[in-house]
Design a protein. Structure first.
Length: 334
């Protein structure tokens, strides 16, 4: 039996600390005109010094649970998409579970499965597919999917080509096989990758860096990116993957109410929309306010689209993303 997959709660968290392009001019040789022309970004949000990705994720999770009307102790699986975890271990999922008050004896099924995974900016789409798969094995599961990023902690503020791009945020959805409080059904998801392109975007800090106590941290610890190559790959793969998802569901772009691509760069967003023949009325963008928040961009954009009246439950929604790895994917919500 093929069990359906429904989103029944959506939440987001964006830090209150706003960092404008004017603020960036004080940190690195750049200008509002340079940033806006090349990226469309006007501002981004950074976590306070005493907050981490898990704090943002826990806040988004609480909002999603509240909308779904589900208590934290009813969650059976907690999945966290992040490329900027609090620690290599414990997982950010376990940290968030602790902040939600979940323990081995508090869950509805006696315990909660907690897991981090890293698909970079495509994390939310990958997470939707993981959730769909889990529901086939555990149809009674209540899955909390969180995308939480603290990219400001891995930004090189001496590199003007990358430091203006990134921000911090988190988004979360509650997923189950029950249609009772459904906002959307996750109708289809397609995920892809190409490891031969792994060097186009890189964040260090793992065991490939042989760091000893007292060693200085170098630029390899922070985000690096081959911008033009990423641009071309992102436009191509997000366009092709989106078309393939629609084709295998017998739909055209005329059938889609709203298209939300990964919020990395306004030029990429426009290029994908143009390649797919979509007018601006069908393409949602909020990158100008948040910058690239990696895995969090899609759920935060969904939250913003609902808040501003562009998106409502039951609308046909097409999501697509592209990120380091390289990874990419698209999801159809109805």
């Amino acid at each position: 039996m093929n069990h359906p997959c429904y989103i029944c709660g959506l939440g987001a968290f964006v830090p209150s600390r706003v960092v404008s392009n004017a603020d960036m001019e004080k940190l690195v040789e750049t200008s509002d005109e340079w940033i806006t022309t090349r990226t469309g970004i006007k501002e981004r949000h950074f976590l306070d010094d005493d907050a981490n990705a898990s704090d943002a994720g826990a806040s988004a999770a609480k909002a999603a649970l509240a909308e779904a009307g589900i208590a934290a102790e009813d969650v059976t699986h907690l999945l966290v998409a992040t490329c900027t975890p609090d620690h290599l271990s414990p997982s950010t999922a376990c940290v968030i579970a602790g902040k939600l008050g979940l323990s081995a004896s508090s869950g509805r099924m006696g315990s909660v499965m907690c897991m981090d995974f890293n698909a970079a900016c495509t994390g939310f789409v990958y997470g939707l597919d993981l959730a769909r798969s889990l529901l086939q094995i555990h149809p009674d599961a209540v899955i909390l999917l969180v995308a939480a990023e603290a990219l400001s902690r891995r930004t090189n503020f001496t590199d003007r080509s990358t430091c203006v791009l990134f921000g911090d945020a988190a988004g979360a959805v509650v997923i189950s096989s029950s249609a009772e409080k459904a906002l959307w059904e996750v109708k289809d998801v397609k995920c892809s990758s190409d490891g031969s392109l792994r060097d186009l975007i890189h964040i260090g800090g793992g065991t490939a860096e042989h760091i000893k106590v007292g060693d200085a941290i170098g630029p390899e610890w922070f985000v690096s990116m081959q911008g033009m190559a990423v641009f071309k790959q992102a436009v191509r793969h997000m366009s092709e993957e989106s078309q393939q998802v629609l084709d295998r569901n017998g739909l055209s772009f005329d059938d889609i109410d709203l298209f939300i691509p990964h919020q990395a760069n306004l030029r990429i967003i426009k290029a994908v929309g143009e390649r797919l023949g979509l007018g601006e009325d069908k393409v949602f963008a909020n990158v100008q306010h948040y910058g690239n928040t990696s895995a969090a961009t899609l759920p935060v954009a969904m939250f913003d689209a609902r808040r501003t009246g562009r998106l409502a439950p039951g609308m046909k929604l097409l999501l697509t993303s592209f990120g380091g790895g390289m990874t990419w994917g698209s999801a159809l919500l109805v």
